[in-house]
Design a protein around this ligand. Structure first.
Ligand SMILES: *Cc1c(COP(=O)(O)O)cnc(C)c1O
Length: 228
């Protein structure tokens, strides 16, 4: 069985190779380790292997892990669906939120971001697969949402996040990720972040401009059946 350190090495090599193939600087691509459903010990192992940025989907689980890992200098990203009654704890305990898809949530996060913390980094999740996915704003709604979020005082709009419909077809992966990049460029806002690419499609995402790849399975192994 491979260790988390082995996996970090392998994923880093994949990122490096994909960057090289795309003639991009590998340092411009961040590795976000998605630790949902995995214990604090796994995060500790990944930290020991050089990872600093962790993504979580479920608030309660994330808060418990953060409490167990307070001794480590980690950065936390919320990447799951957000209910409005969870925004305060997210605003107080995370550095980034990748999954904002409506203004009401962004307004609450801005109002609830503690004044002593830096603005919360935000990606707008956009749904580029139509019916196939329920989360994310539609491409049609994106421009107005992005303008409104960019104006909120305690948030810093960094870019877009997408989870295209899973496929092993490289051309289809490329087309979906390219459409996210095109949407980003069409906004005419000073954005520097494209959060896209997971264990099975990070090569395509990097070829199309990803700056965060969100990697769970390839670092921590398969998640238990029944867990997202
Ligand atoms: C679970 C999850 C990931 C990681 O997916 P893997 O296929 O395990 O790499 C990435 N992004 C989001 C939003 C997730 O929910």
């Amino acid at each position: 069985m491979s260790t988390i350190a082995d996996n970090v090495f392998r994923v880093s090599a994949r990122i490096h190779d994909a960057a090289q193939a795309a003639q991009r600087d590998a340092a411009s691509i961040g590795l976000l380790a998605v630790s949902k459903t995995k214990p604090a010990e796994a995060v500790r192992e990944a930290h020991a292997a050089g990872i600093r940025e962790f993504g979580e989907n479920y608030l309660q689980e994330a808060l418990e892990k953060q409490a167990q890992l307070q001794d480590l200098p980690l950065s936390w990203h919320f990447i799951g669906p957000i209910q409005s009654n969870k925004t305060r704890a997210i605003a107080e305990n995370f550095d980034w939120v990748h999954s904002v898809d409506r203004l009401k949530i962004a307004q609450r996060l801005s109002e609830q971001r503690p004044a002593n913390l830096a603005p919360l980094n935000i990606c707008i999740q956009v749904n580029v697969s139509g019916e196939a996915s329920k989360s994310g704003c539609t491409p049609a709604d994106l421009p107005a949402l992005a303008q409104a979020i960019a104006a909120l005082p305690h948030l810093k709009l960094r870019g877009l996040m997408a989870i295209p419909e899973p496929t092993e077809d490289r051309a289809a992966q490329d087309a979906a990720f390219a459409s996210v990049k095109t949407l980003q460029d069409s906004l005419n806002l000073p954005l520097d972040t494209l959060s896209m690419g997971m264990s099975h499609d990070l090569e395509s995402a990097i070829a199309q401009g990803a700056t965060w790849v969100r990697i769970g399975t390839a670092l921590f192994g398969a998640r238990d059946y029944g867990q997202a």
